[in-house]
Design a protein around this ligand. Sequence first.
Ligand code: F6P
Length: 814
Amino acid sequence: MPPVGTANKVTRGNPNATSESIRYLICAQERLNAMVASSSVYNRERSETSSETHFYRTDRQFELHNLNLQHLSHNNEAKTMQYRIFLRQMCLVLHLLPVHGFICPAVLCHSRTKLPSSCNTRQSHALYTKASSRTSRNGKGFGGMHPTSKKIRYPEIVYDENGNVQLSTQSDIAGTSALELDEHLSDDQSLQPQHQQQNRVQKFISNIPKVLSKPPLVSATPEWRKLQRHAQQIKSTHLRDLLQDPERCDAMWAEHDGVYYDYSRQQATLETMELLFDLAERQDLVKRIHAMVNGEKINFTENRAVLHTALRASKDDIGTVFVDGVDAIKEVHEVLDQIKEFTEAFRSGKITGYTGKRMRNIVSVGIGGSYLGPEFLAEVLKTEEEGINSSLGYSLRFLANVDPVDVERTCADLDPEETLIIIVSKTFTTAETMLNARTMRQWLWDFMGDDVEVVRKHVVACSSVSATENVKKFGVDTEKYFFRFWDWVGGRYSVCGAAGAVPISLLYGFDLFEKFLEGARSMDQHFINAPMRENIPIIMGLLGVWNSSFMGYNSRALIPYAQALLRLPAHIQQLDMESNGKRISRHGIEIDYPVGEVDFGEPGTNSQHSFFQLIHQGQTIPVDFLGFVQSQHDLLMDSEQLSSHDELMSNFFAQPDALANGKTAEEVRAEGCPEELVMHKVFDGNRPSSSLLFPQLSAYVTGQILSLYEHRTAVQGFIWDLNSFDQWGVELGKKLAVDIKGHLLKARYDPKRRPIDTGSPATSRILNYYLKNGRDADENGSGIKTLTSVTRLTHREHYPPPIHDLGGNVGKLS
Ligand SMILES: O=P(O)(O)OC[C@H]1O[C@](O)(CO)[C@@H](O)[C@@H]1O
């Protein structure tokens, strides 16, 4: 029940309106919006001068004017009638529009007359007015209070964070939900349907699926529209000129804990930023961030919380975040303690392999998020001072691809007796990972026999609690060799959990992994607490939205000037593209604005000699440049004046300016370029980028970088109204692969060798081609070679000769 004051307001403010009617209207409006959004025939246009929305057919033969909730008036009888007319006309239009092409809404309300298809706007308007005045109770029709009249105070429909309808603060029934209105007005007899037609409307409305009771798309908000108009202005401004404005450049940077972010080379002004912050307010960004970090189930399609921030929360925060009554941070620290203990036992030799040998090789088997994050981190630490020392004597490899060649490349020269296999799979069902896991188990068995203890001593699992039974069935010792994570950690967000903690700690020691967590925590705190205008991930996310949805750039590059970050772009690619590569809003409506960039990248300067040609003179692709004040290993040779790191960083500083300023024809001519080459050497410039400068690439800074990009993705998803935390898009391909496997299995063992028929001629043809050529190439004709051992050669045969002379054929694989 609403507070008494609210109830009074409701009845006083809107004595003749029904809550049901309001709901009808809301449903109707949404239905229309959805229809327009999903149709190429109908179009919607918001008037620049008034708050009207016009719906019209693109062939211009028919227009529906004024179908806007803002025309709902609420304080006299005539206006209520106007409201009812709108209600009815909308319902009927909605009902009939898909069936009949050209209907005048007002006429339909009352006479159900169809307009001839040739009816123009003026005629339809005339009919509309006539019909409206015929039905007005006081006989005056709309008279002086035409729906667009400025004198009328219109309530506005707004939505709370759960998507429930509220009426805006500007209205007399502010803060009252449709449900509350129902409670207060349901016994008002004057509000009951008065004639048959209304009954019909009511019936129709009650059949509108619930899914239609959803807020409109963010693209329909005034904040979005303003940004769209603003983008037109910005497109006619050159970055070269924007960069001349000292006030602007002095304002467009932010700093946190040694991380310096310069976004002055974005095609944006201070006004752009304010408009983006307005959009963030409209989308309740801060509220949504808090909902995420506090464990609300914002991944609603899977009914899960999204708590990767809990993976790096401090012990002091135990007792602050609960999921289904379970203390999430406490659980996290239990697992971290378990990993720490296991790591110490492994690295001290307390834990040995089946044959009693010390284990020094680690093979991490996993794919997607269970591989890319840990691999990127392992690469960074390889050249980190502490990492170099702590990993001495150990090796870590990743096996991700189900391609058997990846198996061969991973373990051919390893000694199984000294190797620990980590199976990283949240679900423990991913086809590629499970086949690779079975393959590695076979590899262990091949060398040590298939005693159950072989698996218990050489295989550990990092998986979700719900997969415990499958882990056990695989043969893993679930008491000691199982490190769990939770369904509130998405695979691509799992590097801070066991997925990253186990392989990284075993190779580099737990302490170094902890530093990585600390760095991520520092950036999390900044993200959660810093005001929007100083908040680096928020600004990065908003600029991502700006570039993608308003400036029309649908790709972006990530260029770390640090070779140790060579696998960062691949990780961010999965993180972002799997998160925001969507087309349905969180309210279940198809979106009508561009979202989700194509992310790619390579370290600088390698990338400069690869795809930078396209970035400079081809398409416009916003770039993030990552640089470091100090190198992990600088080099200054006697013969050189500048260190190698300075050489590298000169490129880091030069590229953003080259992209922004470009080079004019005059400048090219001034250099004495032959006229016929001038145009080839012109650079348009006006290409946006941001620069992030960090102290030195360490475990801590890597944590900061990871957190920055995870939160950038979340911010964009929140603004775009996406669920960034599910990944249904990967399911169809998986399912079809299962079907194909079925066909292959049948065909491989079919003695009559009948061709495959999948039902799709193209698929059948290519499959049969594959089979035929595979079979023909194979000596026994079945197309399958039975392999008894996993690798062609044993690790011993692969080892280089004891003397380090690889000349001639010695040590060459046969
Ligand atoms: O950890 P799992 O369950 O094996 O999943 C591996 C990967 O597969 C996906 O589900 C889809 O490719 C990713 O999101 C995930 O990181």
